[in-house]
Design a protein around this ligand. Structure first.
Ligand SMILES: *Cc1c(COP(=O)(O)O)cnc(C)c1O
Length: 225
């Protein structure tokens, strides 16, 4: 019985992945799109099932729960993206365990990540989180502050600034995605735009997203957030 359930779940995650990948492929765009499977709250065995189906990039929000998963998959070539809020006392562990950080919104955090990155690991890829709709409850810098933060962190030695990330208001996402597209066009050296989730990845890609972060449509509903 248990075996049957596991098999069923395996089929489910791989089928979901196929569907999400074909949604991505159905959008006409002149850029490559990397799917990030958001695995917060998910177990090692769920990640393993996605990995077996060919998924290589995973996103985590909470440092504590991510560390065991990352160490379990060490040496497999999985690529880990930190996409949650960052407390400054957690930066050393983030710098050591992740390949990408999407949620930087303070110079101080970027400096700590750069200082604490082991140069042998290569540069840490970094995105600035933009609070595109100026929501009080969300992290991120306002669009007007982007220029200043870019100029302060772009030359830090052990990070590679790649671009921007946003989590727009659901009702307004088309507009917000297009503002982000406009924003990144002003920075020819930055090529990465992390936006689009389960419900709106198509519109995000149409507006230039090349990193999409999908949880629910791959793994099913989360039981906590
Ligand atoms: C949880 C989360 C996602 C995935 O959202 P789904 O709606 O489950 O696809 C994407 N980005 C961030 C920052 C998240 O916290």
């Amino acid at each position: 019985m248990a075996q049957f359930l596991m098999r069923k779940q395996f089929l489910m995650i791989s089928d979901n992945l196929k569907q999400v990948n074909s949604r991505i492929d159905s959008i006409q765009s002149n850029h490559d799109v990397q799917l990030i499977a958001v695995s917060k709250t998910r177990s090692v065995s769920e990640i393993q099932e996605a990995f077996d189906a060919g998924q290589m990039h995973f996103g985590e929000n909470y440092l504590q729960e991510s560390l065991d998963k990352i160490s379990y998959f060490k040496g497999t070539g999985l690529v880990w993206h930190f996409i949650g809020p960052i407390q400054s006392n957690k930066t050393a562990s983030i710098a050591e365990n992740f390949d990408w950080v999407h949620s930087v919104d303070r110079v101080k955090i970027a400096k700590r990540l750069s200082d604490q990155r082991n140069p042998n690991l290569g540069k840490l890829n970094l995105l600035i989180q933009v609070n595109v709709d100026k929501e009080e409850t969300k992290s991120g810098v306002f669009i007007e502050q982007v220029d200043e933060i870019v100029s302060e962190i772009i030359s830090l030695p052990h990070i590679c600034l790649r671009g921007f990330m946003c989590i727009p208001q659901a009702e307004n996402s088309t507009n917000s995605f297009s503002e982000m597209k406009n924003l990144i066009s002003k920075y020819p050296s930055l090529g990465s735009l992390s936006m689009g989730m389960s419900s709106d990845l198509e519109v995000a890609i149409e507006n230039g997203a090349n990193l999409v972060r999908v949880g629910t449509d791959i793994f099913g509903q989360r039981s906590y957030n």
